[in-house]
Design a protein around this ligand. Sequence first.
Ligand SMILES: Cc1ncc(C[n+]2csc(CCOP(=O)(O)OP(=O)(O)O)c2C)c(N)n1
Length: 682
Amino acid sequence: MTKNEWMDVARTVIASRFIDTIEETELVPAGKVTYQFSAKGHELAQAILGQALRQGNDCATVYYRSRPLVLAAGMTYEEAFAGPLALSGSRSGGRDIGVVHHLPNTRGVTVLPASGDVGAQYTPCVGWAQAITYRTRVMQDESWAGAVAVALGGDGSTATSGFWAALNIATTVRLPMVFFIEDNHFGISVPSTFQTPGGNIAENLGAFRNLRIVDVDGTSPEEADRLITKTVEHVRSSQGPALIRVRVPRICGHSGADNQSYKTQEQKAEELARDPIGKLKEFFARKKYMDDGAWSTFTHEIEQEVRAACEAALAQTQPLPEASLTKAFYDGTMPRHGGLMADGVEPPISSGDKVEDGPRVNLIEAVKRTLDNELSRNNRVVVFGEDVGVKGGVHGATVDLQIKHGVDRVFDTSLSEEGIIGRAVGMAMAGLVPVPEIQFRKYLDPATEQINDAGTIRWRTNGDFAAPMVVRIPVGFSKRTGDPWHSVSGEAIFAHTIGWRVAMPSNAQDAVGLLRTAMRGNDPTFFLEHRAIQDTASGRGVYPGDDYLIPFGVANILRAGTRATIVAWGEMVHRAKSAVELMGADIEIIDLRTIIPWDTETVISSVKRTSRCMVLHEDTITCGFGAEIAATITQRCFQYLDAPVVRIAPPDIPIPYNKGMMDAVIPTIERVASELEILLAY
Ligand SMILES: Cc1ncc(C[n+]2csc(CCOP(=O)(O)OP(=O)(O)O)c2C)c(N)n1
């Protein structure tokens, strides 16, 4: 590094130290800061790393001890204080705890939204790294050439599933990613020997293929500069991954609330002796950059700046309480990062018109044609998942798409749902349109953390970031039978997952219109494809064309009627229809099509006319989405009801394999009909 670059490093290190000290000694005791996480001891290594991340399309995924890096990336001192103080000028506008950072790109590196979940920072970083190769190789965008993605984490985080998922993908696919592991020997109170055998992750990964490993003293200016800078440059030029283990002391508690009772006096003294600031000062003297006097003046000036920033932050207003109710979903304002439009690219335009004379297709073919068409019209769409590439998916929805669109755009992933969804998050924030497939609903379970974090990105970054994507998942029982693993529908959990839209079409035409709308949308979306109608007469329909769109939140009145309303979605729509036909009764059937948002008004106005309502679903009954609909009807049109709203759904048990047993669980046509008789007679 040049002298000027070292001066920048020193500025970041010293400023970070003052910010931590003011928080620890003043703001926490005064009750103004609740979550305080010092980076004392980690500053030098992070500041040097920050200096190395200036390519323009670099990214860093960080954690709560990453403030020095985020300062190096351009966060102001005032923003740094305002975050933990929960004030209006904080990056999250008071929504998040301040140390869970994010920062749009101003100095050549984008700091992706951090998570409070240890280990959740790794797989989104993989997604950005893959987007670097995609934007360079497929989109031929030279501005991305040589960019790197860096994930920062502690020694404890190397024990998480997120770390291993990311490491496995980055090395298997060879991505330009750096794992920057700050080993301070503790995860709160637990020593690193509890996280990995012998306590040294770098040593243990020695046999890992495709991984450059570097072990660095993060308190030594020369060594840290030489090895960190060189390794980042190596990843830039080779576009392959590296892991840097940075040995640092944690000269503070885990957080403001930690009394460090688990450390001996000797350990504390040893940590203090390794303070990188003293070593940086010596280094500056040795290099004749600054003598003692100049260092004191320099330090004093930074202290003044930090102090002024603290005063300015304390003078900020409180955020408006009602602001917390905004930004869960796209509201017309563009994020700085995430999705097409944030990158200045308009999605393809379609009339929305329906073609009436197309071929008759099943649901799988409808999905495949829509994916194919969107891949052709938009070079940012990427389709991936287990068996999605060569085989074309275990359900056949992507057959031949890889041959047509290439291995970079339609590809097989390793068997890691956390990796699939986390990767989609990073790709979305890098301006791609990820459309991952999860093989069956139950197999999304390992990705739960990434799903939950993705949904809240727009909200917790105060609109700075978003992660629009479409997660396609076959759900429900199949044409032949069900079982506990392949037949879960579970849409209620999705409806309860903040920030996600949920579609569940009942037929091929709706699948086309809803999938196209989802792929051009600005929010993460679950697209649930019912297995029983993938290839059945009831699910088939005329292919509505390549421009067909159905807006979310607009239900379909499948059948008009006056005596009762049935609200259903997915396969249950067909059971409702068959039951009504069996009875020959004058009953209205509403196919909800989308669950988030759901078409409240169509349901309410129908129930006001019919005065009786049955909600029919395949997800288990307790807290199923039927409960939401029933509660809304009761609240909005209680006085119109001639009978209580009835919910027909499986009891709270898994779906059995034996067909007869399954029929005892999932509402059959006969059961729906007999429950309707009871409802009409009430
Ligand atoms: C998934 C998850 N589990 C537990 C926690 C609680 N927790 C927060 S920090 C931490 C220790 C992490 O240690 P390490 O990764 O070594 O980082 P360090 O704090 O030492 O920098 C724990 C257990 C969490 N935030 N997320």
